[in-house]
Design a protein around this ligand. Structure first.
Ligand SMILES: C[S@@+](CC[C@H](N)C(=O)[O-])C[C@H]1O[C@@H](n2cnc3c(N)ncnc32)[C@H](O)[C@@H]1O
Length: 205
């Protein structure tokens, strides 16, 4: 159903779907945040599960809806040569949400550049953070802004780890700087996710 509204391949969509169920099974509290929405396909898939959760989740969507910013030298030559597009269309986002019967009241769409919108938005606790923003600076901003709100046992999904070198660099740097000893689970050639460690007392339960 979301094909035509997403740049994600089926394996990564299936993995997102599984993780949306997993946060319910594990009773991880909090909302779902997606940074990098494009035409709304992955967001609608997550929202179709999470807005029906007994844990009353909302979905926060962050995007410029004006395409990607320019890559920097940290993204490497491949990124700088590609002229990558990804200009999302808000009317398509609304259409796919309606098609999947997702109630608008559960969705917060925050349009604008991350560096402008992140400082003033308060999302609260996060159970699942989906980062699909391609470039080094964008991925770094997402991790720095939202990781601390991800609840123990919640998941961080990095869509472009294997595809764009800047994304890998930003993720590896963040994990190293925070001394986070997590396992990056491989979804396909590019998608990865990790689970935020449980607090020691929770892990023993
Ligand atoms: C690959 S697309 C997202 C694909 C989407 N998840 C899907 O299901 O197809 C990347 C998106 O990230 C957004 N983006 C990247 N960096 C951004 C930034 N610094 N501020 C705002 N939006 C950004 C772009 O506008 C683009 O829509």
């Amino acid at each position: 159903m979301v094909r035509g509204y997403t740049a994600l391949l089926p394996l990564r969509l299936a993995s997102l779907h599984k993780l949306c169920r997993e946060i319910d099974t594990l009773s991880v509290p909090g909302d779902v945040v997606e940074c990098g929405v494009y035409n709304g396909g992955s967001a609608a898939l997550m929202a179709s599960v999470c807005t029906r959760s007994p844990l009353n989740r909302s979905v926060w969507l962050f995007d410029s809806f004006e395409g990607l910013p320019e890559p920097t030298e940290k993204d490497g030559d491949k990124a700088r040569a590609c002229g990558w597009w990804c200009h999302g269309d808000l009317s398509k986002v609304r259409t796919i949400f309606q098609k999947l019967g997702v109630p608008e009241s559960c969705i917060h769409i925050v349009k604008g550049w991350f560096q402008d919108t992140f400082p003033s938005v308060r999302t609260g606790d996060i159970a699942l953070l989906h980062i699909d923003a391609d470039w080094y600076e964008s991925v770094k901003l997402c991790l720095e802004r939202f990781y601390d709100s991800v609840q123990p046992g919640g998941f961080v999904v990095i869509d472009d780890y294997g595809h764009w070198e800047g994304c890998k660099k930003a993720t590896d740097e963040f994990l190293r700087n925070r001394s986070l000893d997590v396992t990056l689970t491989r979804v396909d050639y590019t998608g990865r996710y990790f689970q935020k460690p449980l607090k020691p007392a929770q892990a023993q339960m």
